[in-house]
Design a protein around this ligand. Sequence first.
Ligand SMILES: [Zn+2]
Length: 65
Amino acid sequence: MWTCRHCGLEIMFRAVDPEIDEEGCFFLCPGCQARNALVNIGRGGEADPVALAQPPEEPEAEGAS
Ligand SMILES: [Zn+2]
């Protein structure tokens, strides 16, 4: 289950399609349309393909990179 960091909505993994752009992986909350960042925790390769997870709770990123 994903949890929207903006409205708190809990979203089934299969209910959203993770997307990726130049800033990284994310999904859009179906409730409030907010962007929720995802991180790739897979190590790559055939044995451990891409695995997406929500990063630890953190304050809104404001210019932090
Ligand atoms: Zn939301």
